[in-house]
Design a protein around this ligand. Structure first.
Ligand code: ZN
Ligand code: MN
Length: 501
């Protein structure tokens, strides 16, 4: 069970902060397309965005007499995912899941049923809570149907088009235990899972291209109850935002039903992004009978030592581990101030690791930059363009951070130089000079500080008496006189020196 899931005695707080007598229970099924070169059971290319029906062959079109052959690379990636999710790998077999749909040319999907390849794992969220993983099994994707005309809905469409390029693309379906207790925790889970899948090299993690597709099983129960309520499965959650909104909507809908004495029907519901609602697709009481039976054309999958070793070796450093390393790096020797609340270094660490920018921070620190400053500039500024920031020259970044730490550049100037550095590269000192950020002449700055003191005698007295608020005012006067070129820390030191003289 998750650490964050224990309900309070008097009720539980929903994401909106309203007190209800119900606890939210969510389990997620995430379909992940594997980043293989070819499909799961044939040699057709696995590629997104191609001309329709160009990556097809008799196997993935389900033509009579064709036979599937398992893609070894897909098995290795599935095992990597299992390893990264702390699962146990086991002997597995494929089943036929029978149902009719035009985008599935065989009329069955080759999937895994009661003997999946990975079972019994867990995933740790950045807040330390754990979500259990029931299974992570292999299956093939279906094709894609497009309903033409009438807003893309089947009952309004004039006709429908089917593209089989996706049919047979390898998937791993990751089924969590119902350990998730809020919409925001569901979001954190998918975010973490996506980072893990990208780190293993198993997926590109692109939700907008359908590489990750989420179904949510949502139910509510009286706070403190151990029995689960009746759940609804919400489909079509193609973004983190949709996931969060759909769960919030379902919880509100189910709460309203229970509070008016009605019951929740177990059913599959479709998320309508435009309307912000879910609607019923089919009731589980007349549930599909998939008539699962073992796929007779495929032998059982028994991962040998070589395959398991390859999978283990292929699993890179996981986000949780990378966060720990970055925390250590930053909590070490650092002279930059500890960030204010709400912008904690923990949040910054999560952001930086999620964007794959932790190596940039580590590289800059190795080149002598202040760790906390390197983290802050990466999480707040470099994160705005992560692709470009990932290839930022570590030495140039470190040189810039050193210019800021030493007071040669103000924070504002440093951010401007960094933006330029990320966009076009170059030498930070030259960029600073080009932008007119020459170092303030020390003698000139001292003269301006003395002028400001002379011009504001009352404020200066209050500052001498320890009024911290007026310090900001005096600093502001110096900034105005220098057109923002003075370094705030240097100015503060000059005022302090005059006060203590
Ligand atoms: Zn094919
Ligand atoms: Mn599935």
């Amino acid at each position: 069970m998750s650490a964050g899931g224990t309900p309070g005695a008097g009720g539980t707080l929903s994401d909106e902060g309203t007190v209800t007598a119900y606890e939210t229970v969510v389990g997620l099924e995430v379909h992940c397309e594997l980043a293989t070169t070819t499909k799961l059971f044939c040699g057709c290319r696995n590629a997104f965005g191609q001309e329709p029906n160009t990556n097809v062959c008799p196997v993935c079109l389900g033509l009579p007499g064709s036979l599937p052959v398992v893609n070894r690379r897909a098995v290795e990636l599935a095992l990597r995912i299992g390893t990264a999710l702390n699962c146990r790998a086991q002997r597995s077999i494929f089943h036929r899941k029978n149902y009719f749909y035009p985008d599935m040319p065989k009329d069955y999907q080759i999937s895994q049923y009661d003997e999946p390849i990975n079972i019994d794992g867990w995933l740790e969220l950045p807040d330390g809570s754990r979500v259990g993983i029931e299974r992570a099994h292999m299956e093939e994707d279906t094709g894609k149907t497009t309903h033409v005309g009438g807003g893309g809905r089947i009952h309004e469409a004039g006709h429908s088009l089917v593209d089989y390029n996706r049919a047979g693309v390898p998937l791993v379906e990751i089924v969590s235990r119902p350990d998730i207790r809020s919409a925001s925790q569901a979001r954190a889970y998918v975010t973490e899972l996506r980072s893990i899948l990208v780190a293993t090299g198993a997926s590109d993690g692109r939700m907008e291209e359908g590489s990750l597709r989420v179904d949510a099983n949502v139910s509510i129960r009286p706070a403190g109850s151990l029995e689960y309520g009746t759940r609804c499965e919400v489909k079509n959650l193609n973004s983190l935002r949709s996931l969060q909104r759909a769960i919030d909507y379902e919880v509100a809908r189910q709460t309203a039903l229970l509070e008016t004495g009605e019951r929740v029907a177990q059913e599959t519901r479709h998320w309508n992004e435009a309307g912000g609602t879910t609607h019923a697709l089919r009731s589980k009481e007349e549930a599909n009978d998939y008539r699962y039976f073992p796929e007779p054309d495929l032998v059982p999958l028994v991962p040998d030592a070589e395959l398991l070793a390859a999978a283990a070796a292929g699993v890179g450093s996981m986000p949780a581990e990378r966060r720990r390393l970055l925390e250590q790096l930053v909590s070490g020797d650092s002279k930059a101030p500890i960030p204010a609340r709400g912008d904690s270094s923990t949040d910054q660490v999560v952001t930086v690791v999620d964007l794959g920018l932790d190596e940039l921070v580590a590289g800059a620190v190795a080149a002598g930059a202040d760790p906390r400053l390197a983290l802050a500039r990466t999480a707040n500024e470099a994160a705005a363009s992560p692709e470009a920031a990932r290839s930022l020259d570590r030495l140039a970044f470190a040189a810039l951070l050193k210019m800021e730490s030493s007071g040669q550049l103000s924070a504002t100037q440093s951010k401007e130089v960094l933006a330029e550095l990320i966009a076009r590269g170059g030498d930070p000192a030259q960029i600073a000079a080009r932008l007119g950020y020459e170092q303030m002449d020390a003698v000139a700055l001292e003269a301006i500080v003395d002028d400001v003191i002379a011009a504001n005698p009352e404020e200066w007295e209050r500052f001498r008496d320890g009024d911290e608020k007026v310090a900001q005012f005096l600093l502001g006067q110096v900034m105005r006189a220098t057109k923002g070129k003075a370094n705030g820390k240097t100015v503060a030191a000059l005022f302090a020196a005059r006060r203590d003289a």
